[in-house]
Design a protein around this ligand. Structure first.
Ligand code: ZN
Ligand code: ZN
Ligand code: ZN
Length: 217
């Protein structure tokens, strides 16, 4: 598995494609006002290497437990491991899950860990305030990196599977995976920092980018 160049991603609200570095500014400049104002925090979530990234909005009145549930759904959940939000570089302190999103000053960066064995560590940045139309869901995905493309170790075609028996895992396309055979460690290639870890199989693209629907007239 070779490290890929950091992927750009689309803004889910207008389709604009840009880098992680610029996306926060785009969202604050273009999508921070709404008539039916629900006050939210714009939050950036990244993995340790900064390769996988998400921007979401979440009401200031929501709690860390709501964000925890979302992170499990979009990137992490394999078998119900424990998780915690912590101050940066702190190993024994943790924030209570009922902490309100609005209690963190803008600019704060905190850490999140899922699974204290094969840990996936994320950083969560409170980027800015945003107003949105009232939403049914608490956490709304605003932008996300495009999936990375990996090459099959044997034939060079696009990989669909990762054999996680070794670390880093060996990547295979569908045909080669069949030839090699499933040793019980074959996991799908997914758009998540937990790809190839424990039994992680992905979120079935529930939060994938579907493109921009044209407004009805
Ligand atoms: Zn946009
Ligand atoms: Zn697991
Ligand atoms: Zn192949």
């Amino acid at each position: 598995m070779e490290a890929a160049k950091q992927q750009k991603g689309p803004c889910y609200l207008c389709g604009f494609e840009t880098s992680k570095a610029y996306m926060g500014r785009h969202l604050l400049a273009q999508h921070c006002e709404a008539d039916d104002r629900q006050e939210c925090c714009l939050i950036k979530i990244e993995d340790e290497n900064g390769e996988y990234w998400l921007f979401v909005d979440i009401p200031l009145s929501s709690t860390l437990s709501v964000l925890d549930k979302f992170l499990r759904e979009v990137w992490l959940e394999c078998c119900g491991h424990a998780s915690a939000f912590r101050p940066q570089r702190s190993y024994n302190e943790e924030y209570r899950m009922n902490c309100r999103i609005g209690s963190f000053p803008l600019g704060t960066v905190i850490e999140y860990e899922y699974d204290f064995g094969s840990t996936t560590t994320l950083t969560v940045t409170f980027v800015g305030n945003i107003y949105r139309e009232k939403q049914k869901i608490a956490v709304r995905v605003l932008a996300r990196n495009h999936p990375y493309q990996f090459k099959c170790e044997r034939c060079g075609k696009q990989a669909a599977w990762i054999d996680a028996a070794e670390w880093p895992g060996v990547m295979y396309c569908g045909a080669c995976a069949k030839k090699v055979g499933d040793d019980g460690y074959l996991l799908p290639v997914v758009n998540s920092p937990r790809m190839g870890v424990c039994g992680y199989c992905g979120e079935f693209d529930k939060f994938g980018y579907k493109g921009i629907k044209k407004a009805k007239k």
